[in-house]
Design a binder for this molecule. Structure first.
Ligand code: UDX
Length: 430
């Protein structure tokens, strides 16, 4: 929304949220914006107060808007039908209900959140049944930006996807959204489709990207058995122009708020439509990811003979990738939890993720009776200079630039990101 405001100065963009603290932070000092994203503060600095506003006054913003982007989260359901797989639509539904209640003039409602296919139907049902008789057009406009490179991804995008109804009013709404993006995106990069293709394209794109990572990660296991080098393999495979080099970097596993959630959602959809084989095919991408995270931690445990009691392990990197403070579904969480269970004493450092977030992330794993004992074995560092280099082993889990020049020549390092050497696990000693 900040980039839309930047590129379309004549359009007023109001970002609303129920969370007053978060809105206050968006209105506060640029160095404390709620999301760390390279380039974002400069965009906010230019547009904020001009045509970009942050507010908790949801109803009044809905009332004034001609176009409403729904960008609420759609986490994996934790209970009820489809628990652990299907997307939880409660935030989308409550958002649609609020719009229905408040809107007194025709609106275009844009699905920005990643949603299961045919969600637009459900939104339309709520808007039409609970609304005040005004006309709503629903568009799908999935977001393809990746964290850490979001601003560039938005300014210089591969494509913008807009799905809408084939009716005259549907096509008119599509055109209105096309006109917004056309302020800075070349027409051939703005792709219009029907709503369902657009919704499914987002899930399918994420599934295809994650599938490449699981494919290369599965081969990393074979490399370790055979003496092949996964990075050499990845380079050789990626040089085939039909395959291409991207998303072929072996890792400790993919993380982030999207891949796992979207694939599980895809699996659930396939099952719903009776496509068991297709569901199993995609489910395997997530299973290999779990296997890889577990395999990495097990490798460290095995190195010490199956028991880490009293062993000092440094965890370098907590974010799910570099250049973000986001640690949702970060492989570091699973690795740290497994090492803790095996008795390790951890020093954890990430340049951007706060101590509170790190403790919150492992909260899920605490066993009530052991909380204090487990917590007593974790130290979160606020600076790399505080790292106690007398650790028995370090696990490199995020490819932060800051870690690339460290001298680990006399240390035992398990490299989950392939950044220290050409081998998947670079072991300097031992
Ligand atoms: C992803 C999609 O790329 C984006 O299009 C979508 O809108 C949201 O989901 P994001 O989750 O921000 O974006 O990060 P991405 O760069 O895709 O990385 C996801 C995970 O895969 C990270 O943990 C990353 O470290 C890992 N990864 C990526 C690999 O392990 N190997 C690779 O070669 C590439």
């Amino acid at each position: 929304m900040a980039v839309i405001a930047l590129k379309c100065p004549e359009i007023n963009v109001t970002v609303v949220d129920l969370n007053a603290d978060r809105i206050a932070a968006w209105n506060g000092p640029l160095e404390n914006l709620p999301i760390y994203e390279p380039g974002l503060s400069a965009v906010v600095m230019e547009a904020r107060g001009r045509n970009l506003f942050f507010s908790t006054e949801i109803n009044s913003a809905i009332d004034k808007a001609e176009m409403i982007f729904m960008a609420v989260n759609t986490p994996t359901k934790t209970e009820g039908e489809g628990a652990g797989m299907a997307a939880d639509m409660k935030y989308i539904e409550s958002c649609a209900k609020t719009i229905a209640e408040v809107a007194k003039t025709d609106k275009i409602v844009v699905e920005k959140s990643t949603v299961p296919i045919r969600t637009a139907e459900r939104i339309k049902e709520i808007l039409d049944h609970e609304g005040n008789g005004v006309h709503f057009e629903i568009l799908s406009n999935p977001e393809f930006l990746a964290e850490g490179t979001a601003i560039n991804d938005l300014l210089d995008t591969d494509r913008v996807l807009i799905g809408g109804d084939s009716t005259t009013s549907g096509q008119k709404a599509v055109q209105e959204l096309v006109d917004i993006y056309a302020h800075w995106i070349a027409p051939e990069k703005i792709l219009t489709t029907n709503v369902w293709s657009s919704e499914l394209s987002k899930l399918a794109s994420n599934a295809m990207l994650a599938q490449r990572i699981s494919s290369i990660n599965s081969l990393s296991a074979l490399c370790e058995k055979t003496g092949a080098d996964i990075n050499e393999l990845s380079k050789a495979i990626g040089m085939d122009h039909r395959i291409g080099p991207h998303f072929l970097k072996a890792s400790v596993g993919f993380g982030g708020s999207c891949f796992q959630k979207d694939i599980l959602n895809l699996v659930y959809l396939c099952r719903h439509y009776g496509l068991e084989e297709v569901a199993e095919y995609w489910h395997q991408v997530v299973k290999i990811n779990d296997y890889q995270k577990n395999r990495f931690a097990q490798k460290i445990i095995d190195h010490f003979g199956g028991d880490l009691t009293g062993k000092k392990i440094a965890i370098l990197g907590w974010a799910f990738k570099a250049n973000t403070n986001d640690s949702r579904e970060s492989p570091a969480i699973d690795v740290a939890a497994k090492l803790l269970r095996a008795g390790a004493v951890l020093q954890i450092y990430d340049p951007m993720v706060s101590k509170e977030s790190i403790f919150r992330d492992i909260d899920f794993y605490w066993e009530a009776s052991k909380i204090n004992e487990l917590k007593s074995r974790i130290t979160v560092l606020d600076s790399m200079s505080k790292l106690d280099f007398s650790f028995d082993a370090a696990a490199l889990l995020t490819e932060w630039q800051e870690f690339k020049n460290l001298d680990f020549s006399n240390q035992l390092v398990f490299d989950g990101r392939g950044i220290l050497s050409s081998s998947f696990y670079s072991i300097g000693k031992g």
